[in-house]
Design a protein around this ligand. Structure first.
Ligand SMILES: [Zn+2]
Length: 166
């Protein structure tokens, strides 16, 4: 591209030299010829500049697209690192009913019970905390995965004793 502009400028200089010679010799035919050559060279320079602007615009667009892509990849990497950090806190385990869950290792011996995470979500690289349902008989994933049996038996419902009047 730079070569094209340099060539066009050199042509422009040659045309200017021709004009100078034509003016010095006061030759009208040479002057007209030199004038025509000069106009042709000016058009060459303009064409080269327009091509250069178009290429510069293309490069600029590509640069912005690359910057966007780098930003997206950095965001993705940051999220992956954060998720990886969360996943490392969990260990795979089975409930008493044999269902696979993940347990937050920091809460494993907690007095109020461990925090569980969904194995299906974990398989997709996402940590989702399971919530107890029906008194702890099941664990439920808020992402809609099938509920997980814990194997914990519910206490039998209390029966009301009604005294009979005799
Ligand atoms: Zn889930």
């Amino acid at each position: 591209m730079i070569d094209m502009i340099s060539g066009a400028l050199a042509g422009l200089r040659s045309a200017a030299d021709l004009i100078r010679v034509a003016v010095d010799t006061r030759d009208a035919a040479k002057l007209a010829e030199a004038r025509s050559a000069l106009l042709d060279r000016i058009i060459d320079v303009q064409t080269a500049c327009i091509d250069l602007q178009a290429k510069q615009q293309t490069l600029s667009n590509e640069k912005h697209a690359m910057a966007d892509r780098i930003r997206d990849l950095e965001d993705e990497l940051r999220e992956l690192k954060a998720t990886h950090g969360k996943i490392e806190r969990y260990a795979r385990a089975k409930t008493a009913a044999g269902a696979v869950v993940y347990i937050d290792k920091e809460t494993e011996g907690a007095a109020d019970g461990p925090v569980y995470a969904c194995a299906a979500c974990m398989g997709k690289g996402k940590v989702t905390t399971l919530q107890p349902q029906r008194g702890g008989a099941f664990l439920v994933c808020p992402e809609g995965h099938p509920r997980i049996p814990t194997g914990k038996r519910l206490p039998a419902p209390r029966r009301q004793v009604v005294a009979r009047m005799v």
